[in-house]
Design a protein around this ligand. Sequence first.
Ligand SMILES: Cc1cc2nc3c(=O)[nH]c(=O)nc-3n(C[C@H](O)[C@H](O)[C@H](O)COP(=O)(O)OP(=O)(O)OC[C@H]3O[C@@H](n4cnc5c(N)ncnc54)[C@H](O)[C@@H]3O)c2cc1C
Length: 400
Amino acid sequence: MDFSVPTEIQEMLAKVRQFLHDDVYPLEAQFINGRFADLVSALEEKRARVREMKLWAPQVPAEFGGVGLAFMEHAMLSEELGRTPLGHYVFNCQAPDAGNMEILAEFGTPEQQERFLKPLAAGKIRSCFAMTEPDCAGSNPVWMNTTAVKEGDEYVINGHKWFSSAADGAAFAVAMVVTDPDAEPHRRASQIIVPTDTPGYQFVRNIPVMGHAGDGWPSHSELRFENLRVPAENLLGEQGAGFAIAQARLGPGRIHHCMRWIGICERAFDCMCQRAAERDLAPGDKLGTRQSVQNWIAESRAEINAARLMVLQAAWKIDNEGAKAAREEISVIKFFAADVMMKVVDRAIQVHGALGVSDDTILQYFYRFERGARIYDGPDEVHKSVIARRALKGYGVAGT
Ligand SMILES: Cc1cc2nc3c(=O)[nH]c(=O)nc-3n(C[C@H](O)[C@H](O)[C@H](O)COP(=O)(O)OP(=O)(O)OC[C@H]3O[C@@H](n4cnc5c(N)ncnc54)[C@H](O)[C@@H]3O)c2cc1C
């Protein structure tokens, strides 16, 4: 494995870091304390700058209006963008739109790409991904109650979804629905594109998370589908391929999340060092001279470096051998990087004292809204069990 990063990529990353620092960090206070809707026009100006920089929709193939960065390049960019909660949004590679763009590019028909992918890639609309349901354990991806029954040339959808991120204001949802209840579990579900103005689509509410319901893109919604009819051509890929498409989306998606979390770690690390260097415990007596603070800094440095190398190695394996071959590596980084992020953010808060839990720094935002990292895209325990079962298989442990 070659550890060097091409010079042009290093230059691109440096340019992005500077841009985020100068242009996007100043919007964070309003993002944390205000409504997202009030920030949209300021963000549109930043998005225009990103288009000028020729970095708009970095992961989207050029034929659909993006840059078409290679997988590893986008992974590295994702770290830079992760330093601010607004980074991915400003570059139009934010979840869940990025994943929807990927599956539309890979599995969409030319008509679906024209109608849904192109405006999404252009940043004219937003979308959401509706899979999880309140009444079925989301960690069991083949269990759901929402059904889509084919009637003539339409699907009739009924069901209840929640935690559909960014559904508030989305133009369409990609919904995971049961189309073939009698098929084997991994062939029961399909993914269907549901425009949100379809009769029967009910937006119930934004679910308050850690005391904050959010609005627009940074929100997680509860939805109901009641006798909702969509044309059969809204089926994404084949009928029964919902699980396979979800897997195709989640493997590489986890790399992007993990690299974003490394970016959060680096930002928290910067904040921690800055505070340790500036804060006096008594006149002239710096906080950074205390060994417990130095230990936190050193431990964080080691853990962040380890996490980054593990994520890049998993990305390299996906690139070279495919997501299936990298299954174990993906599970390892999913729980490891999320844990490192929570620890580093927690230490940075501790170093800041009361300021750390106040809304005057970005740290409390990461602490509250990134806690979900240990739950979505597979809770820690599910990924740990994948690793342990594979390891124990070699030792003949029954039930693995
Ligand atoms: C911030 C956030 C954003 C999200 N965005 C979306 C979205 O856009 N679209 C969408 O469809 N869903 C989304 N989700 C939902 C997410 O995918 C689910 O929360 C996740 O799959 C877990 O499902 P669950 O919440 O039903 O937990 P459950 O399945 O009920 O699991 C609860 C807990 O049980 C434990 N557990 C589960 N399985 C095992 C096991 N095999 N062994 C041991 N312990 C286990 C774990 O500790 C787990 O946390 C989001 C969730 C969060 C927090």
